[in-house]
Design a binder for this molecule. Structure first.
Ligand SMILES: Cc1cc2nc3c(=O)[nH]c(=O)nc-3n(C[C@H](O)[C@H](O)[C@H](O)COP(=O)(O)OP(=O)(O)OC[C@H]3O[C@@H](n4cnc5c(N)ncnc54)[C@H](O)[C@@H]3O)c2cc1C
Length: 431
């Protein structure tokens, strides 16, 4: 097993330096079990794409990237069992080759399956739940070094607490995910969606205008800069007919060519636009695996509120645009269907996700975040666990009705607090 001093280890965006005393990279589950057994405190690390200190620790950090990257596809049962450190991009290619697919992907394929599911990562679509909702079983090493499996079928009481768990129940080594037959997606981008299309009724239509919809705005004016529509040409059930080359969409104009959501960044790092259908995993993420996603020079924040409050929340944010715009690359608005996972930001609530890709300016971002959060406060925002926020811990907790059940599950699976860190102690203190 490799163990290295952690001094220069940072998150992907190099906005955080991890405080770990050592970083371990076991090559087998048995090595990982031994490591956990002999470590007083340990945190799992995925691909390090989080902006919050959710993965950080001053004790041991363990990367699961060295575990065998197994992908076991079971077409008969429409499921796949995948090693925790496998990235979505790799998993997606394997599934597509086997004629299978995931229902949703995040904006980037670079993130690990376990790390993404642990924080409630999501894509977009009024009928698409977050990525963790595809999980039907997790296999994890708990504090005593034992390997345990929790599944939706066999552990219906605890399972909803075990997937979006912020790494605080154990080190996940494998996950089983539900899959569907492979499908094509056609991606089209429109520009300058007029503010008149942002009242709640029309906004509902806009956000349901394709299988997955993203709005991008820099808050420079009243219009939305870009609308990304990801259609499923095979989706006969939708009331939105597939018309990939329609020249307008709710008043927005078809983009003249490929675009990047972040001004100044090259469109070639984005997935194919222009309406030609292609495999789901080459269109659902915005960014291509071989390129740097987003800007790279950034900090991110995101808040989920009820979809029914989308228009009001956007109006509230528009009131702050003179403070927000100077520190912002771009904002993204997406939808996430309600789920039953206790710590999921979309728990029990069809949601709209209001995202901010900020400049890499920690001071500027810290100055504007409280104002953003105050503007959203009437809508009980739930912050993305993997992004930066300043909402008071008791207010965060009050947005999660099953938080007490999660604390009980954590007490049960991790009675000695082996997997806790400052972030978990702050937002999910022990009972
Ligand atoms: C450019 C960019 C684009 C993004 N786009 C989106 C998006 O479209 N939608 C969205 O919702 N989010 C998005 N995010 C946020 C990102 O998806 C989350 O932060 C996600 O958790 C990152 O996964 P990771 O593998 O890097 O996990 P890490 O950041 O490494 O870890 C996150 C958490 O997972 C835990 N963890 C990791 N591996 C394990 C394991 N094996 N066992 C137990 N716990 C584990 C860690 O302890 C930590 O608590 C984006 C981030 C970036 C940088």
């Amino acid at each position: 097993m490799t163990a290295t001093p952690a001094a220069p280890l940072t998150n992907w965006a190099r906005t955080l330096t991890f405080g770990a005393r050592a970083v371990h990279r076991p090559g087998s589950v048995a090595e990982l079990q031994e490591l956990v057994r002999t470590s007083e405190r340990i945190r799992a690390l995925g691909t390090g794409h989080s902006f919050s200190r959710v993965a950080d620790t001053t004790a041991d950090l363990v990367s699961v990237a060295g575990l065998p990257p197994t992908v076991e596809i079971d077409p008969a049962r429409s499921r796949v069992t995948v090693a925790a450190g496998v990235r979505y991009g790799e998993l997606a290619e394997r599934l597509h080759r086997a004629g299978l697919a995931l229902r949703a992907m995040a904006s980037l394929p670079h993130i690990s399956v376990a790390g993404a599911c642990a924080t409630g990562t999501h894509g977009s679509g009024v009928t698409n739940q977050g990525l963790a909702s595809a999980v039907s079983a997790v296999e994890l090493v708990t504090g005593d070094g034992e390997l345990r499996t929790l599944s939706r079928a066999d552990d219906p009481e605890d399972f909803p607490g075990a997937v979006v768990a912020l790494g605080s129940l154990g080190v996940v080594v494998r996950l089983t995910l539900d899959v569907v037959p492979t499908y094509d997606v056609s991606q089209v981008v429109y520009e300058d969606l007029p503010a008149t299309s942002l009242g709640q009724d029309e906004l509902d239509e806009v956000l349901a205008g394709a299988y997955s919809v993203s709005l991008f705005t820099r808050w420079r004016g009243d219009d939305v800069d870009q609308v990304w529509l990801k259609h499923r040409p095979d989706d006969a059930g939708t009331d939105q007919p597939w018309a990939p080359r329609a020249t307008t969409f709710h008043g927005a104009r078809l983009a003249a060519g490929p675009v990047h959501p972040v001004p100044g960044m090259p469109a070639e790092s984005c997935t194919v636009q222009g309406g030609d259908p292609g495999p789901w995993h080459e269109r659902l993420p915005h960014f291509r695996a071989a390129f740097t996603p987003s800007s790279g020079e950034e900090i991110q924040s995101e808040y989920l509120v009820a979809r029914a409050d989308a228009a009001a929340a956007l109006t509230a944010l528009r009131g702050l645009r003179e403070r927000v715009a100077p520190v912002l690359h771009v904002s993204e608005v997406r939808t996430v269907a309600a789920d039953d996972l206790w710590l999921s930001p979309a728990y029990g609530r069809d949601s709209v996700a209001l995202h901010f890709t900020w400049h890499k300016d920690p001071g500027g971002v810290a100055a504007v975040l409280p104002a953003v959060e105050e503007a959203l406060a009437p809508y009980a925002p739930r912050p993305h666990w993997g992004k930066v926020f300043t909402i008071a811990p008791d207010v965060v907790r009050s947005a999660y009705p099953r938080i007490g059940d999660f604390a009980a599950l954590a007490d049960h699976l991790d009675p000695t607090g082996t997997f806790r860190n400052d972030f978990v102690d702050t937002y999910l203190p022990p009972r």
